[in-house]
Write a protein that binds this ligand. Structure first.
Ligand code: HEM
Ligand SMILES: *[C@@H]1O[C@H](CO)[C@@H](O)[C@H](O)[C@H]1NC(C)=O
Ligand SMILES: *[C@@H]1O[C@H](CO)[C@@H](O)[C@H](O)[C@H]1NC(C)=O
Ligand SMILES: *[C@@H]1O[C@H](CO)[C@@H](O)[C@H](O)[C@H]1NC(C)=O
Length: 780
């Protein structure tokens, strides 16, 4: 009995262990299915590009994908081969890299942004027991017993994929176009239609008016549409095949296709098997029959030529200046001849009347912005929103009138209502105002120029790196050795001591305090690099030089994830990181940043940090922003010199947490010492070797100073410093030499010398790890 009890008990345990679903782990990609207790952010799976669940066939993956600006993320289903996103959870409300996808033990599946839920699958309150990424591209949430509670195929965004049924009640919604207009595809009373999502939706395409349809059975009402090979097939409620639209020739007949409703108003078709290339065929066929091929009120003709219609041509920017209300005086002007409008073929007339009747209907109706009148039928169409007009070469049976503000605009069409007289004083005021503003700007420019000139005259900035450093506010400015000697009174007041050297107090001619770190004991004093290498100016003591106030603005914005600001910074970084500056910039990433953190602990830079901390406005975050710009700049430096493209993850600032407080390795360390030092930063021996490859840039004698390649390893293997005398003895730092003497390092050196791609790959990964491992940056 006791024995049986034990066996039963063990049975229970092992069953329990077997069934216990595994919680999600950082860096692990799951195949097919995940179970409750799984959560993580883009950061958690950063090494997998955020994709944590992949389908059995690996054709589709579920996870985080970056938005166009690379700073924010969406939770998506993506086709891995073509990188096409076929479904997304949080369109319109992207999250940061630390925001979490949560598949809780409670069986709820959601995406959070901070504490708010930005997306959750509506399972009608039922507990989800598994999330499956299926080979079809369908993301399925299963309940107990394998019932389907929710599936992405039933909640499409702007994309349909082969074998996904689009049924009555579902909608595709495009991303908004630049004027914030979206487009909608839906099945309405037996027809599939496309419309512009104005306040009152305006249809612009309908299946029954599509001449390219191939009819199989006439007269049926569409209830289901499904992509199959190179055709889009339409069925009625009983799955009777009604018609099809063939969008590509039969050579692609077996492909997996997607149909995407774009923000341009087109439905376009892409072949996923062919890297996502698009077919030329689009819906609708005439580009001018879309709602806004041009901006509102412009006339579209031919292949998207946009012109302001005659009736508006003398108004600024072709605008009517009417806000849709009855406030202000308005008048109706003829928009021009031969104009057509996309919605006219799809909407019923508002009334049947004559031109005067139509005019007064629109005039007396606050929401009417334009009307079209057809004299042959007496049909009068009123519109409360208006997209682009179409030019009708054949002539139009419609006359088009558009409501304009009678105070705005200038001249000819505002006949005789006295606005000519009214505008006189306004013109004078505008002219005088403009003159004052111009004078003010000129004066400010003059002042700025003088100030800048003065600043440039006092300390000698070394010009080469200047504009870069100026633009990247937050980067150090370089001084000549003499300036610093003067500023610190020949290095007389020592503030502290730390790795690489001592810190001295000084002041610029204009009284600005600064701290200067003098690197000591590195190499011979009389070699040609000595001036440069022994100067490392503490950047943090010189807030004014970096425009701290701009910095504050910038960082505040970046912290709000202002993507425009981020793009701006990135663009600026791109523009200014030239090959000549690459080595210096890359070095900053590791050395200078590292130095500061280390000194924060060991006291060497305390001189600077004291000033820092006394400034109440100096929050740690601001510094991180600088670091982040440096990280971007370093990546750009590598790429500009022909190295790998390194995607620096920007949201990572959110997830900074103090970690290994290592010291920046001394250049005199031997291999075990270097390994130790890197280990404290969480970096492996392999990563030490890969990162040291950065010394291929710059003037240490590893191939061209401006080319990022694997010559560092090739030259290390030759050990040129062993040869006596000449330049070759100067190749490399002692730390570089030490690497070859270590067996473990040597193995990697040989691999990288043999295989540049492998080096690039490993460098990329190690660099991302380096810049992502927090504390170093935080205390910068
Ligand atoms: C393994 C430990 C390392 C030590 C001891 C070390 C030491 C040094 C020293 C002392 C210099 C100054 C050379 C000079 O200007 O004369 C230097 C230059 C440089 N370091 Fe490192 N470094 C290490 C790792 C790294 C890493 C991980 C990176 C980048 C990811 C890096 C990037 C650079 C670059 C690009 C230069 C050349 C700068 C130029 O020529 O303007 N170093 N390194
Ligand atoms: C993946 O493959 C396994 C084993 O063949 C199967 O049990 C599982 O159901 C598949 N998962 C999906 C989501 O297709
Ligand atoms: C498509 O697949 C069918 C059978 O699976 C095959 O007979 C046909 O040749 C294929 N067509 C093309 C163009 O590959
Ligand atoms: C006013 O105009 C809108 C369209 O702009 C139309 O839908 C509505 O019926 C009109 N109202 C009247 C009272 O005519």
């Amino acid at each position: 009995m006791g024995q049986w009890g034990l066996i039963r008990f063990m049975g229970c345990i092992s069953l329990f262990v077997l069934l216990l679903p595994e919680a999600c782990k950082a860096g692990v990609q799951y195949v097919g299915t995940i179970y409750p207790g799984c959560q993580g952010s883009q950061m958690t799976w950063i090494n997998l590009n955020g994709l944590f669940l992949i389908s059995n066939s690996s054709n589709f993956a579920f996870g985080f994908s970056t938005t166009q600006d690379a700073t924010q993320f969406m939770l998506v289903v993506v086709h891995t081969g073509s990188s096409k996103v076929i479904w997304s959870a949080n369109r319109g409300s992207p999250v940061s890299s630390s925001d979490k996808f949560i598949f809780g033990e409670d069986g709820k599946v959601s995406l959070q942004k901070g504490d708010a839920v930005v997306w959750t699958a509506d399972t009608g309150g039922k507990r989800v027991s598994a999330v499956e990424m299926q080979d079809s591209g369908n993301l399925v949430l299963l309940g107990n017993g394998g019932s389907v509670l929710w599936q992405s195929f039933r909640h499409p965004t702007d994309t349909l994929i082969s074998n996904q049924d689009f049924v009555d009640g579902m909608k595709l919604v495009s991303d908004p176009n630049p004027n914030k207009l979206t487009h909608i595809l839906e099945i309405k009373s037996g027809y599939m239609i496309l419309s512009a999502d104005f306040q009152t939706p305006q249809p612009y395409w309908s299946i029954q008016k599509e001449s390219r349809m191939i009819i199989n059975k006439d007269g049926g009402k569409v209830a289901v549409a499904s992509l199959s090979g190179n055709s889009w097939r339409f069925y009625d409620g009983n799955k009777v095949f009604l018609s099809q639209f063939i969008f590509s020739d039969s050579s692609d007949a077996n492909g997996t296709w997607i149909a995407v409703l774009g923000n341009d108003g087109f439905i376009s078709f892409y072949n996923l098997d062919d890297g996502g290339s698009d077919s030329q065929t689009k819906i609708p066929s005439d580009p001018c029959s879309r709602p806004e091929p041009c901006d509102a009120h412009y006339v579209c003709s031919g292949n998207n030529v946009c012109q302001c219609p005659l009736g508006l041509s003398n108004r600024p920017n072709c605008q009517t200046e009417v806000v849709s209300s009855c406030d202000g005086s308005t008048e109706l002007v003829s928009a021009g001849d031969r104009l057509n409008y996309f919605a006219l073929g799809f909407v019923p007339p508002s009334s049947r009347t004559d031109l005067e009747g139509c005019k007064s209907a629109c005039h007396d109706n606050c929401s009417c912005l334009a009307f079209f009148f057809q004299s042959s039928s007496g049909n009068c169409f009123l519109f409360s929103d208006i997209g682009s007009f179409q030019n009708s070469h054949a002539g139009s049976s419609f006359v088009a009138y558009i409501k304009v503000s009678s105070d705005g605009g200038s001249g000819s069409n505002a006949g005789g209502d006295g606005s000519g007289k009214k505008s006189f004083p306004i013109v004078v005021i505008i002219v005088i105002g403009t003159l004052i503003v111009i004078c003010g700007l000129l004066y400010m420019a003059f002042r700025y120029h003088r100030k800048k000139k003065k600043m440039l005259e006092s300390p000698h900035y070394i010009s080469e790196d200047d504009n870069f450093l100026e633009i990247l506010s937050g980067m150090p400015i370089r001084f000549s050795y003499r300036d610093l000697q003067t500023a610190t009174n020949n290095f007389s007041v020592k503030l502290g001591q730390g790795g690489f050297g001592s810190v001295y107090q000084g002041a610029l001619p204009d009284g600005t305090q600064l701290a200067v770190k003098k690197l000591e004991g590195i190499g011979a004093k009389d070699d040609c690099f000595s001036t440069r290498r022994s100067l490392l100016v503490c950047i943090s003591t010189l807030p004014f030089l970096f425009g701290f106030h701009e910095m504050e603005d910038l960082s505040a914005k970046a912290l709000q994830s202002d993507t425009n600001t981020y793009m701006l910074i990135k663009e600026e970084v791109r523009k200014v990181v030239s090959k000549g500056k690459a080595a210096g910039v890359l070095r900053l990433v590791f050395h200078d940043a590292g130095t500061f953190e280390m000194d924060g602990n060991s006291g060497g830079m305390n001189g600077s940090i004291v000033y820092e901390l006394e400034r109440p406005e100096n929050s740690g975050l601001k510094k991180s922003l600088k670091a982040y710009m440096i990280a971007v700049a370093g990546a750009e430096a590598v790429s500009v010199c022909g190295g790998p493209t390194i995607p620096v993850q920007l949201g990572r600032l959110d997830s900074l947490e103090p970690d290994a407080e290592g010291q920046l390795p001394q250049e005199s360390l031997d291999a075990p010492g270097l390994k130790q030092s890197f280990k404290r930063k969480g970096l492996s021996t392999q990563e030490l070797v890969a990162l040291s490859g950065a010394h291929t840039l710059g003037s240490k004698g590893f191939g061209s100073p401006f080319v990022f390649d694997n010559s560092y390893y090739k030259i290390l293997l030759e050990k040129p410093w062993k040869s006596s005398g000449g330049m070759s003895s100067m190749v490399g730092l002692p730390s570089d030499h030490a690497l070859v003497e270590d067996d473990e390092c040597l193995r990697w050196i040989k691999k990288y010398a043999d295989n540049q791609n492998m080096f690039f790959d490993d460098f990329k990964k190690a660099y991302i790890k380096l810049v992502n491992s927090g504390a170093r940056w935080k205390s910068l």
